[in-house]
Design a protein around this ligand. Structure first.
Ligand code: NAD
Ligand code: FE2
Length: 378
């Protein structure tokens, strides 16, 4: 008998297309917002793009508080600085502009406004109870990406430890996601590649997850189709707006899929690499995905479809080929000394994502994959 399944809805409104970032102002007007705040990726803090959105908001509902997120992937100190600035502004509208780091920081900082106290109180991979915050929450992603603009989760590291806190709750999901490809054209090639390979990993892992269902399969397939065609074009032609939009829609659909289907072994490995050695999230997934694909190929028929979606051959050969097209030629040795690999393998084995992976894993399997990740071409 088939297992019962579950699909979680995400953002209430999604808009896509050049210039759609302006819709933030329409929402401000509709809701008669009076105290807007913008939370900004550090690269965008002083940008013309952010100033243009701020100018439109000012006309509609007053000058927004402008809050820059500290650089780097989020930690609790960054969250606290944004939370304190938001508390001062007491916003009824929060517009976040940035990559996954800015969006995750804004998500957790916003929830701490209505759940005062230590962040531990509202963290936990299975989702902890949270009091919703009344502000309208608009997310404008500048990478494609994490899909954080439509997911219910955020990941934040705890300074001075090797631990990353997971936050998960439907009340953290932004209400409105605005996928404006114009904002992506300034992304450096390495960011386009790494964030794009994170999105590919989301689509693939959600597709062959044990928790996949007919709705998530539909989303994953279209995500793979859009990313397979859009990502190499966005990488080689950074100002190709159609390619940027394809990647944004692909990364969003992949996140809508993993929001319910969860992920798998590649994210178990990238989680350990991020927590223990600060390997950027997209890079860590890019390192792991071809090897995880080779490992999973024997366990799921869906692997054949993944290979076909990305140009033919096995899933792992397709992932190696895609990485090469995106100029990705990195070795795990850049971040991790060989004598630290056992601890990474042990860390990956503690991940809850393993229960979603189509093939059962033991620590020796992970150790073997980490060894292979030391050679750029596998
Ligand atoms: N919540 C989720 O569902 C989810 C899913 C996957 C990953 N994540 C998290 O997202 C984070 C990674 O996010 P990311 O891959 O989007 O990278 P990022 O947000 O860390 O950005 C990477 C770099 O690119 C810069 N940048 C971003 N957009 C730019 C643009 N358009 N032009 C110029 N520079 C730009 C940023 O300033 C930063 O220096 C990690 O912390 C990861 O854990 C969250
Ligand atoms: Fe990811």
């Amino acid at each position: 008998m088939a297992m019962p399944w579950l699909f979680l809805h995400s953002a209430r409104e999604v808009a896509a297309g050049p210039g759609c970032a302006s819709r933030a102002t329409e929402h401000a007007r509709k809701r008669a917002c009076q105290r807007p705040a913008m939370v900004l990726d550090p690269w965008f803090a002083d940008s013309d793009a952010a100033k243009a959105i701020a100018g439109e908001l000012k006309e509609a509902c007053g000058a927004p508080a402008m809050i820059a997120v500290p650089a780097g992937e989020p930690d609790l100190d960054a969250v606290e600085s944004v939370r304190a600035a938001l508390a001062k502004a007491d916003p009824d509208l929060i517009v976040v502009v940035g990559g996954g780091s800015a969006m995750d920081t804004a998500k957790v900082a916003r929830m701490l406004l209505s759940n005062p106290g230590p962040a531990e109180k509202i963290s936990g991979p299975a989702g902890a109870p949270m009091v919703p915050h009344p502000s309208l929450f608009v997310a404008i992603p500048t990478t494609a990406g994490t899909g954080s603009e439509v997911s219910e989760s955020a990941v934040v590291s705890v300074p001075g430890t090797n631990y990353k806190m997971i936050f998960r709750n439907q009340d953290m999901t932004p209400h409105v996601a605005l996928l404006d490809p114009v904002l992506g054209v300034t992304a450096p090639a390495g960011v386009t590649a790494a964030s794009g390979l994170d999105a590919v990993t989301h689509a693939v892992e959600a597709f062959w997850s044990k928790f996949a269902n007919p709705v998530t399969d539909m989303l994953s397939r279209e995500a793979m189709r859009l990313l397979a065609s859009g990502l190499p074009r966005a990488y080689s032609q950074p100002d190709d707006l159609q390619a940027r939009e394809d990647c944004l829609i692909g990364s969003m659909l992949a996140a809508m899929a993993f929001n319910s289907a969860n992920l798998g072994l590649a994210h178990a490995i990238s989680g350990a690499l991020g927590a223990l050695h600060h390997v950027p999230h997209g890079v860590a997934n890019a390192l792991a995905l071809p090897h995880v694909s080779a490992f999973n190929e024997t366990a799921t028929d869906k692997a054949k479809e993944v290979g076909a979606m990305f140009g033919g051959g096995t899933a792992s050969s397709a992932m190696f080929r895609l990485r090469a097209q995106l100029g990705f030629d990195r070795s795990l040795d850049e971040w991790v000394k060989p004598d630290a690999l056992d601890a990474v393998a042990a860390g990956a084995m503690r991940s809850g994502q393993l229960r979603c992976n189509p093939r059962a894993v033991v620590v020796e399997d992970v150790r073997d994959m980490l060894e292979r990740m030391r050679t750029p071409h596998g």
